[in-house]
Design a protein around this ligand. Sequence first.
Ligand code: GAL
Length: 375
Amino acid sequence: MKKFLAAASAIVVACSMASCGAKKETSKQTTVKKTIGIAMPSQKLERWNNDGESLKSQFEQAGYSVDLRFSENDADQQNTDINGMLKDGVDLLLIAAVDGTTLSDTLTVAKEKNIPVVAYDRLIMDTDALTYYVSFDNYAVGKLQGEFVKSKLYLTSTTSEYNIEFVAGDAGDNNARYFFNGAYDVLKPYIDNNTLHIRSGKNTFEQVATKDWSSEIAEQNMKETLASYYKDTELHVALCANDSTALGVANALASDYKGKNTPIITGQDGDVANLKNIVDGTQSMTVYKNVHDEAAVAFEVCRMLLDGDIPTSKLAGEFENIKVNYDSESYNNGVRYIQSYLLVPNVITSENLQLLVDNGSYKWDSEKKYLESAK
Ligand code: GAL
């Protein structure tokens, strides 16, 4: 996977008693495993379970101890969890923030203790404790969703008009705006020239954000939109930012939508339930982000920091099978631009599901109809 061997340099702070100032004759070595504190947002969403598991096993295989905590989408809980990790003496923090704007005070403590902090998937704002960010190109995720709609509806050449509604993610998640903007920027020319209509008028991120990326809230919101604007009108596109919101929207459409056509529904993550909907035709696509690859890149950044090395732009080229771009000019956390390693997402439709089997993430079920987790 990588050109260099992660495990070789892995594990321990070895403190010979002699070199630590103890009596010369005490030559016994005390080995202390380094501990990584991994804070994940929630176990409610499939992807964070996969991320957590993948990260934990990589660090453990390389000889580190891992303190993995999920905070059930509660920002206060995540602060408590991270404070607990700092008290317990972790050597590095790897954090996928519930709300990237709420961690500044906690991370000041990390900085005082010289504990490196790496942001995982979601940027952490307003802190100078953050050194690196590992994620996918978030704006590109939204662009892929927008481009998919553009090509499905032949927006560059069509003379027809279509109705679209946007469903975005949680406002506290820094990524959510990037996804929305990426999709909106691609489709804006067609909204401006009246090829696409947003019947609800909800055309800003704030108006379409979905608390906690919750399927239930997305479902409820879509039911209300359908009742108010689509009683006798066709909906052609639900531009959903991710799979959990897409699931809620698909449920709302199944129960409350009376139109003749099947609306295009976009998504992100490749959750099992959504891949099933893609096979069944009730979701059109998902933007797949290989979280095992994301975890592998994060592992390498953390490993270098723990070894006292400085990850540089060169690191991005060192992964054999993972395409990673180094970017130090796009992600500003309010204090400075954060050095970012950004992986590349892929569009998955019913046509190319086999790719997910080939990359080892999923396997076909016994009837070779639906995908299930490869584990
Ligand atoms: C985003 C993440 C997405 C999606 C979403 C919901 O920050 O990048 O992959 O899972 O959160 O948790």
